[in-house]
Design a protein around this ligand. Structure first.
Ligand SMILES: Cc1cc2nc3c(=O)[nH]c(=O)nc-3n(C[C@H](O)[C@H](O)[C@H](O)COP(=O)(O)O)c2cc1C
Length: 371
């Protein structure tokens, strides 16, 4: 398939995978699309390790990295925040009581401090910390850098482009897309509100054509609610130059989400992918669970702003995972979770998507030729 974006990046298929899992990244790139490693939660050491592995296994195919390109993100390092003051006692007591009520055991004493430190280290907060990740990424032959949040500085975009790296940004509104065009990015990822992870409220059907028209002739990838060929055909019928998918890869055999969580994902319906501030303090579409529900119960404290909610809940979320407390498990996922019913490989997902895309595209063109 040829679109402005396959031409720009030298790939065979306009199918992009956002994934935190290196195996998914490699498999999508090897299948002809492009795998993009979600790295904003990684330490520089972890990113180095993952990129070294990807580079050794991807058979020279192009791949990318998704980061928070440093701009005006929270200016203080986590270690310098006075967490005892910023996380109210009420919130701490609420979390402790919920764990006790649900019989979720504490972390083993010998490991607790180290585990928590690892969690907190994942929260990249200062521009300096985010720059550390960018420096690591630049040591590898990445072809694409995607910016997850906000508008990247023009100089950073230009510096990346001078190294032959294409730059893209995720947006959930047409006017945000225009700010990205001003910053000089190469293309836009328009992410509708049904997507997994941090999302806005405008659904894909409304957002995609708005963004496509607003930034034309700059190419746009459609994201949010795409896991099969009919959805891909709809996006491309509206003028998208390809698709950017996140949730669908969580259910693949290459995904590293735990088997218990996969079971929960396969059992979920579309309406179980709710928008909640429970995990990060910002609206994030994720699997509904006892953990998300508890913040909505009468008497529950308000969620805290980002990144304090992530920090405050880190211990409880680790306890849930360790204990395998299935009813409390949650994870960012989009509404297509309702269509994800069993495990298949990344390659099977890509092949099925293409097959259904071809059928849907043929039906559409038959309509026109008969008219
Ligand atoms: C588990 C998960 C984590 C995500 N984390 C990020 C992130 O860190 N940065 C980012 O740019 N997008 C993130 N996203 C959003 C994806 O990049 C993508 O836009 C979205 O998954 C597309 O919609 P879909 O979930 O319906 O496929 C995440 C999505 C999921 C499912």
């Amino acid at each position: 398939m040829k679109t402005p974006i396959t031409e720009m990046l030298g790939i065979e298929l306009p199918i992009f995978a956002f994934s935190h899992c290196r195996d998914v990244v490699v498999e999508v790139s090897k299948a002809g699309g492009m795998g993009v490693l979600g790295a904003s939660g990684f330490s520089p050491e972890r990113l180095e390790e993952e990129l070294r592995w990807i580079d050794a296994h991807v058979d020279g195919k192009p791949y990318g990295v998704d980061l928070l390109i440093p701009n005006t993100y929270e200016k203080r390092a986590v270690g310098k925040l006075d967490l005892d003051v910023l996380i109210p006692r009420e919130t701490r007591e609420f979390l402790a009581n919920k764990c006790a009520e649900a019989n979720i055991p504490p972390l083993p004493e010998s490991e607790a401090a180290e585990l928590l430190k690892t969690q907190l280290d994942k929260i990249q907060m200062t521009p300096e910390e985010a720059t550390g990740l960018l420096d690591v990424a630049l040591r590898y032959p990445i072809k694409l850098l995607v910016n997850a949040l906000g508008t990247p500085p023009r100089e950073t975009v230009a510096m990346l482009q001078a190294k032959g790296i294409r730059v893209a940004s995720l947006v959930g509104k047409a006017d945000h897309a225009l700010a990205q065009v001003d910053a000089g990015v190469d293309f836009i990822v328009a992410q509708g509100g049904e997507a997994g992870g941090h999302t806005g409220s405008i659904s894909s059907m409304v957002l995609w054509p708005q963004v496509i028209d607003a930034v034309a002739p700059m190419p746009v990838l459609a994201a949010g609610g795409i896991g099969r060929g009919k959805q891909m055909a709809a996006a491309m019928a509206m003028g998208a130059a390809g698709v950017w998918c996140g949730s669908i890869w969580l259910g693949t055999s290459q995904s590293d989400v735990t088997p218990k969580l996969k079971e929960r994902l396969f059992a979920a319906k579309a309406e179980d992918a709710i928008q909640s501030r429970a995990m990060t303090g910002k609206p994030c579409r994720m699997l509904r669970s006892e953990f998300s529900d508890m913040w909505l119960a009468p008497g529950a404290p308000a969620t805290l702003p980002m990144p304090l909610q992530t920090i405050a809940t880190a211990e409880m979320r680790m306890r849930i995972e360790r204990a395998g407390a299935k009813d409390y498990m949650s994870y960012p996922v989009g509404q297509i979770v309702g269509d994800m019913k069993h495990e298949s490989s990344v390659r099977q997902v890509v092949m099925a998507m293409l097959e259904e895309f071809v059928d849907a595209a043929s039906s559409l063109s038959a309509l026109v030729s008969e008219a």
